[in-house]
Design a protein around this ligand. Structure first.
Ligand SMILES: Nc1ncnc2c1ncn2[C@@H]1O[C@H](COP(=O)(O)OP(=O)(O)OP(=O)(O)O)[C@@H](O)[C@H]1O
Length: 306
C-alpha cells in the first residue's frame, strides 16, 4: 500500500520498512510512508520518537539498517535541519548564508529571498535576525535550488505563535506555487493539523497515519498527545478566517490588522463557543456556560491565539 497512486503523480520518495539501529537499540523500526508532489506530510511524535532520524534517512543523510528508501531519479531535495552548525563569532550575511554550500545565480537568490518575504534583508547579519527571520532565511536557502522535495525539521523553532502560523502559511504557499512535496517535522499540533495533507504519528514506529481528521480521532494519537490532542483540529476549523502577515501581525477577514488574534477579539463572528469548539479560551467557555461574568476581560493575557 506504500506505492499508493496520487493525483499528482508517483511519489517523490518512499520509505519501506525502514529501521535505524545504533548499538543494541533501534531508534526507529518498520517506518514506511511516501511523499508525492504537492503533498505535505508531517511527522509528529514526542521527543526522541525518531522524527529527525526518519527525516535524515529520507534525505539520505543516514543509511537505514534495514528496509529501503526509494527516491525518484534526479530528485532535488532542499533540507532545513533541526540544528545548523554556524560559527556565530564570524560575520555572516543572509546573502552569504544562501551560497555557503555552493554558488547560486543572482536571480535565483533574489527570487528565493522574495518568496520567503526577506528580500530586504539580503545584506543583514544572520546573528541579528529574529527567530522568524532566521527560519525564513533557512527556508529561502532550501528553496533557492528549486527542490522537488522540501524537508523541514522543526521549521518554527524560536518563533512566536503568530510567526509560526505565518511560517506554515508560507510553507503551504511555496508548495502551491512550486508544486514541490514537503516532509515536515513538527510539535505544533494545532498548526500541523491545519496545514497538512497526511500526518504520520511516530513513536519509534508508525503509530497511526492518515488525514489530520482521521489521525486526530485515533486512540494512538490521543494516547501519545493526551489533552493537547483534544480540539487540535477544531481549533483551526473554526479560526482559519484570517491571514498572518510576514511581520507577525494579523489581517482579519473584516480588513482590520491587529498584533494578536484570538477567538474573542471581535474579528471572528463565525466562532461559536461550545464544549467542542477547541479554541483554547477557557474563560470564554465559562462565560458561554454562564459560570463567569463578562466583566472578566475576554481579551486579556493568556487568551488563546487563533
Ligand atoms: N547517533 C545516535 N546514536 C544513538 N542514539 C541516537 C543517535 N541519534 C539519535 N539517537 C536517539 O534516537 C532517538 C530518536 O532521536 P530523534 O532525534 O530521531 O528523535 P526526535 O523525535 O526527532 O526527537 P526531538 O523531538 O526531541 O527532536 C533518541 O532517543 C535519540 O537520543
Amino acid at each position: 500500500m506504500l506505492d499508493r497512486s496520487s493525483p499528482n503523480g508517483p511519489p517523490l520518495i518512499t520509505l519501506k520498512g525502514v529501521g535505524v539501529r545504533r548499538g543494541d537499540r533501534w531508534l526507529v523500526r518498520d517506518v514506511g510512508f511516501s511523499v508525492s508532489p504537492r503533498e505535505i506530510v508531517t511527522l509528529i511524535g514526542p521527543n526522541g520518537s525518531g522524527k529527525s532520524t526518519t527525516a535524515k534517512t529520507a534525505t539520505g543523510v543516514l543509511k537505514p539498517t534495514e528496509g529501503w528508501v526509494e527516491r525518484r531519479p534526479g530528485l532535488r531535495i532542499g533540507y532545513v535541519p533541526q540544528k545548523l552548525q554556524v560559527d556565530w563569532t564570524l560575520p555572516l550575511t543572509v546573502r552569504r548564508l544562501m551560497t555557503l554550500t555552493g554558488p547560486l545565480a543572482e536571480s535565483d537568490l533574489v527570487a528565493a529571498l522574495e518568496a520567503a518575504g526577506i528580500a530586504h534583508m539580503a545584506g543583514a547579519e544572520v546573528q541579528h535576525l529574529s527567530g522568524g527571520e532566521f527560519q525564513r532565511a533557512l527556508l529561502a536557502r532550501a528553496i533557492a535550488r528549486k527542490p522537488d522535495l522540501l524537508v523541514l525539521d522543526e521549521p518554527v523553532q524560536g518563533v512566536d505563535f503568530n510567526g509560526e502560523i505565518a511560517l506554515y502559511e508560507l510553507i503551504r504557499k511555496i508548495r502551491d506555487e512550486t508544486g514541490c512535496g514537503i516532509l515536515l517535522i513538527s510539535h505544533d499540533l494545532h498548526v500541523v493539523m491545519a496545514e497538512t495533507d497526511t500526518v504520520i504519528c511516530l513513536n519509534g514506529h508508525v503509530c497511526c497515519r492518515g488525514t489530520p481528521a482521521a489521525v486526530s480521532k485515533s486512540p494512538e494519537y490521543s494516547r501519545l498527545f493526551g489533552g493537547r490532542a483534544a480540539g487540535a483540529l477544531a481549533f483551526y476549523n473554526h479560526q482559519h478566517d484570517h491571514t498572518h502577515l510576514p511581520d507577525g501581525r494579523v489581517l482579519h477577514a473584516d480588513g482590520q490588522i491587529t498584533d494578536r488574534c484570538y477567538p474573542g477579539d471581535g474579528h471572528h463572528p463565525g466562532h461559536v463557543h461550545d464544549d467542542d469548539c477547541g479554541c483554547g479560551e477557557p474563560r470564554l467557555h465559562l462565560m458561554y456556560k454562564g459560570r463567569l461574568q463578562p466583566e472578566v476581560p475576554a481579551t486579556g493575557e493568556g487568551a488563546a491565539d487563533a
